[in-house]
Write a protein that binds this ligand. Structure first.
Ligand SMILES: Cc1ncc(C[n+]2csc(CCOP(=O)(O)OP(=O)(O)O)c2C)c(N)n1
Length: 346
């Protein structure tokens, strides 16, 4: 079910049509399965000590990145928070190079220096992968300003968790975007938790879409466990933003089946709650629907995805670590004032 909140009248959401007849269920199933298997393998290799640093999995949330990407254009800017693996894959980034990034290898999408939270590819206008909660909201607002001035018809889509909407940058970005009528979609993946805190305990108004009224923006709320619902809401929200009518919020209510990160003992929620939510698993739901139509084709897709993801792991494992001589590559200034690229003082 998609709800649309009109500007200035956020009190009573209106129900709008959520049918997406031309969304290819096979395509979205394959896309969601790719994200799911990539992350399951990442989790497994992290647990075995082959991946270092942080790892935030979005298992359970796949319908959001897949549904959204069915609507975004390749020339649109995309910026996301640290739960970024799925967003990178749907943006067309190579699974092997993404996996190599997790393994810290030189062939990784960020040369093995960024890890899980910093998947980026400027050529695909996938600007990352940001670790600072909410910090990227203002950066994406800058991208939207550039798009408005230089490339009318291009929009920026910024993805964030509901926890980020309680941070100052959310207000700064939303206010400026609305004041200047910028083409930006604020896409909130509301998974109900900020680390170990349930959103109701951290936000006076936990429905992020309702905050849009404070900025005179329209907002859409969708079932983030249903890829069709996400795509339907995205179509309406993106059409509004692309028309030059200003920014909008789309809030997808979703759920992560795993912990906040791999280090999370999950003491803040009941295991039974997770099991109940798994009944709404977006990948399994479409899988079951398609199996009833053509079970052999589901098996084929499953095998194809498995081959691709196993190859991604092999590529990552067999790739070299960055050479020690490249240690200071990409550093513009050191604390001692030496600029490593020129070896001179700043
Ligand atoms: C400015 C800042 N404060 C605190 C943190 C620590 N931190 C990392 S993730 C997180 C929770 C964010 O929750 P949410 O935005 O809802 O995203 P989710 O992890 O649920 O996808 C916090 C507080 C941080 N990375 N940056």
């Amino acid at each position: 079910m998609v709800f649309a909140l009109s500007p200035h009248t956020a009190a009573a959401p209106n129900v709008v049509a959520s049918a997406v007849p031309d969304l290819d269920a096979w395509d979205v199933y394959r896309a969601m399965l790719r994200v799911r298997r990539f992350e399951e393998l990442a989790g497994q290799h992290y647990a075995q000590g082959r991946i270092g640093g942080f790892l935030h999995l979005a298992i359970g949330e796949e319908a959001v990145c897949v549904g959204a990407s069915s609507v975004l254009q390749p020339h649109d800017h995309l910026m996301t928070h640290y739960r970024d693996h799925g967003w990178a894959l749907v943006r067309g980034m190579d699974a092997g190079r993404c996996m190599a990034e997790l393994f810290g290898k030189a062939t990784g999408v960020s040369g093995g220096r960024g890890g899980s939270m910093h998947f980026a590819d400027a050529g695909k206008r996938m600007w990352g992968g940001y670790a600072i909660v909410g910090g990227h909201l203002t950066l994406a607002t800058g991208l939207a300003w550039a798009a408005k001035v230089q490339e009318p018809g291009t929009i920026a889509c910024v993805v964030f968790g509901e926890g980020a909407s309680n941070i100052g940058e959310f207000h700064e970005a939303a206010n400026l975007a609305a004041t200047w009528g910028l083409p930006i979609l604020f896409l909130c993946e509301n998974n109900g938790f900020g680390m170990g805190t349930r959103s109701e305990r951290a936000a006076a108004v936990p429905d992020v879409a309702r905050r849009a009224a404070a900025y005179g923006m329209p907002a859409w709320q969708v079932d983030g466990m249903d890829v069709r619902d996400v795509a339907a809401g995205m179509r309406e929200a993106v059409a509004f933003v692309r028309n030059g009518e200003g920014p909008a919020i789309l809030e997808a209510h979703t759920y992560r089946f795993r912990g906040h990160s791999m280090a999370d003992p999950e003491l803040y929620r009941d295991k039974a709650e997770v099991e109940v939510m798994k009944e709404r698993d977006p990948v399994a739901r479409i899988g079951a629907e398609l199996r009833a139509i053509d079970s052999a084709r589901v098996d084929e897709i499953t095998a194809e995805v498995e081959r691709e993801m196993q190859a991604a792991v092999e590529f990552a494992e067999s790739s070299p670590f960055p050479d020690v001589s490249t240690l200071e590559d990409g550093i513009v200034a050191r604390a001692d004032g030496i600029n490593p690229s020129t070896r001179s003082s700043r």
